[in-house]
Design a protein around this ligand. Structure first.
Ligand code: NAP
Length: 243
């Protein structure tokens, strides 16, 4: 059906990506989620989306791999119609002080967080161009805007995502395709499970005085996906940390 739209959400099995998938399913999007290995969580997200009356399917794929992402996008194109939205959300941290950071920790974070977003855009851009429309939202981080001690690899990857977003936005704008980024602060997910709000030092850095929820980030993603005249924007969802 021509009026159905599909969204691809990487890292859609858990955390922010799962919430994005569910909110898009609420809006009637069919959902293709990409994840790396947590099959139970992926199945749960798919089942929760299906309960909302949309089609949903999960694909195990390492976004860091050019070939894997190429094959996965081809599979998604066979399974779904009218792919309109791509949310590049898959991400990892391997924190450490730069004087001690292992080369593999630098490489893996850059490969998943930055090259992963490139790979997915690379393999869907042709489709969006042919369809004369599409929306891309990349998940960056305030670490990429401000830098964060102990996160040289992560900050560099997320700053890279901002550059990738703006270059993509400029390049694809003439084709009616938008590309924006969301930069979350501290959001309560598995990624931040070691941070607790008893940590008053952390709370002091957040003007709104609390961590954010996945729903706060998902609302920003949904907003950008529904906005035909916003492109190249980086929307902070951070309780004011990086203002
Ligand atoms: P999370 O709960 O740790 O979930 C990470 C997701 O990414 C999972 O679905 C995971 O799949 C998937 N993933 C990881 N590596 C992958 C790979 N190589 N290929 C495909 N999928 C992969 O993370 P989150 O907190 O929701 O974070 C989501 C995004 O927001 C990330 O880009 C993160 O950097 C960004 N962010 C988060 C925060 C925060 O405070 N939480 C703040 C700023 C930015 P499996 O389930 O299969 O492992």
């Amino acid at each position: 059906m021509a009026d159905r739209k599909t969204a691809i959400v990487t890292g859609g099995s858990r955390g922010i990506g799962r919430e994005v998938a569910l909110r898009l399913a609420d809006l009637g999007y069919d959902i293709a989620i990409v994840y790396i290995g947590d099959e139970n969580e992926a199945k749960e997200t798919v089942a929760d989306c299906e309960k909302k009356g949309v089609k949903a399917k999960s694909y195990i794929c390492n976004v860091a791999s050019f070939e894997d992402t190429k094959a996965t996008v081809a599979e998604i194109r066979k399974d779904f119609e009218n792919i309109f939205a791509l949310v590049n959300n898959a991400g990892i941290t391997r924190d450490g002080l730069i004087a001690f950071m292992k080369e593999e920790d630098w490489d893996s974070v850059l490969s998943v967080n930055l090259k992963g977003a490139f790979n997915m855009i690379r393999h869907t851009a042709g489709l969006f161009i042919r369809n004369k429309g599409g929306r891309i939202v990349n998940i960056s981080s305030v670490s990429g805007l401000m830098g964060n001690a102990g996160q040289a690899n992560y900050s560099a990857s997320k700053a890279g995502v901002v550059g990738l977003t703006k270059a993509t936005a400029r390049e694809l704008a003439p084709k009616g395709i938008t590309c924006n980024a969301v930069a979350p602060g501290f959001i309560r997910t598995d990624m931040t499970k070691n941070i607790t709000e008893d940590n008053s030092e952390l709370l002091r850095t957040i003007p709104l005085g609390k961590m954010g929820e996945v729903s706060d980030v998902a609302a920003a993603v949904v907003f950008l996906l529904s906005s035909p005249y916003i492109t190249g924007e980086v929307l902070r969802v951070d309780g004011g940390i990086a203002m």
